[in-house]
Design a protein around this ligand. Structure first.
Ligand code: MTE
Length: 319
């Protein structure tokens, strides 16, 4: 990334896990019928947010099999320590500045090598498949990490909808480009719009999440509202925010960081403690909120599920 590795950051409070658990008990008790009955749907009203804005609540059944048992970081950590260069380079800037992003109406174009190209609205995306809560480890390339209770469903649900052709080998995702809503785009720190990509088998892997919320609510703007990707075994920069287009391609697509610094950021970006970033080690990480460093796990701890995708590949070369 463009900024210093944040070794000096002290985490904020860890108390909100309890708050989170109480909240989950409340939701489970009051709305369980909604989980299946309303096609995974949502909408309880009310508010809880770091900003003044009230957030749409989401009801999601927990995917225990896809969730880690480590305690999630606090809502405050997750929503005030962010990377979202469209709103500034500082970790606190997205939370301060992202209120200018308008997330309704919002559509996502799905195009390229698909049999059924289409544009899909955010309300339809929220109902496309039952929403699941997945507590994932999240490892940033800058060697910090968090645990986050994301909400969404497997990205592969979208593939079912548009039916990629036999030529579709990759998928590219594109963030909104609109400097009136994303003031950071007025500067040239990155070549806008932010772009990311996956190989088609990575995109189809059930852990790859089309993410619509966190902590029981729609995504806060600073976390990539209204829709982003989460790929838990890859460095956080692959988890592109505020997506407006998804393109299926035959050729390896351009991605922002691979273009920005090809010797530092590869297309695959699998979390790998054995391959250092040229400017720092990737062997350990600082979990936000903890003082002692943790050892970084291969594929961020998801090796059992995903290592087979890379069999026979030299992961030092394909970083
Ligand atoms: N997506 C866009 N559009 N712009 C960004 O600057 N930053 C990436 C990723 N997605 C980024 C982005 C990086 S470097 C990280 S670590 C994660 O978002 C941070 O996600 P979080 O703020 O929700 O923790």
């Amino acid at each position: 990334m463009l900024i210093k590795k944040p070794d000096d950051v002290l985490g904020s409070e860890i108390t909100s896990r309890e708050h989170f658990m109480n909240r989950r008990r409340f939701l489970a008790g009051t709305t369980i019928a909604g989980v299946g009955g309303l096609a995974g749907a949502y909408l309880l009203g009310g508010s809880r947010s770091s900003s003044a804005e009230s957030k749409q609540k989401l009801v999601a059944a927990k995917r225990a099999d896809f969730s880690v048992t480590e305690p999630p970081n606090s809502y405050k950590d997750v929503t005030t320590y962010n990377n979202f260069y469209e709103f500034g380079l500082g970790k606190d800037q997205p939370a301060e500045n992202a209120h200018t992003l308008k997330t309704r109406p919002w559509t996502v174009r799905i195009e390229g090598e698909v049999q059924k190209p289409r544009t899909i609205g955010i309300e339809e995306l929220l109902k496309l498949a039952p929403l699941e809560e997945r507590v994932y480890r999240f490892r940033c390339v800058e060697a910090w990490s968090m645990v986050v209770p994301w909400i969404g469903y497997s990205f592969s649900e979208l593939l079912k909808l548009v039916q990629p052709t036999a030529k579709a080998k990759f998928v590219q995702l594109v963030t909104l480009k609109d400097s009136s809503q994303m003031p950071g785009q007025k500067s040239w720190v990155l070549d806008w719009p932010y772009l990311e990509g996956l190989r088609i088998d990575e995109a189809m892997h059930p852990l790859t999440l089309l993410c619509l919320g966190l902590y029981g609510e729609v995504l806060p703007n600073q976390n990539g509202a209204p829709v982003r990707l989460i790929v838990p075994w890859k460095y956080g920069f692959k988890s592109i925010k505020s997506v407006v287009a998804i393109r299926f391609t035959e050729e390896l697509p351009t991605t922002t960081w691979a273009k920005q610094g090809p010797s530092e950021y590869g297309f695959y970006a699998n979390v790998n403690p054995e391959v250092d970033h040229p400017r720092w080690s990737q062997a350990s990480e600082r979990r936000i909120g903890e003082l002692r460093r943790r050892k970084t796990l291969p594929f961020n701890g998801y090796a059992d599920q995903v290592a087979k995708l890379y069999q026979g590949m030299d992961l030092r070369r394909f970083y």
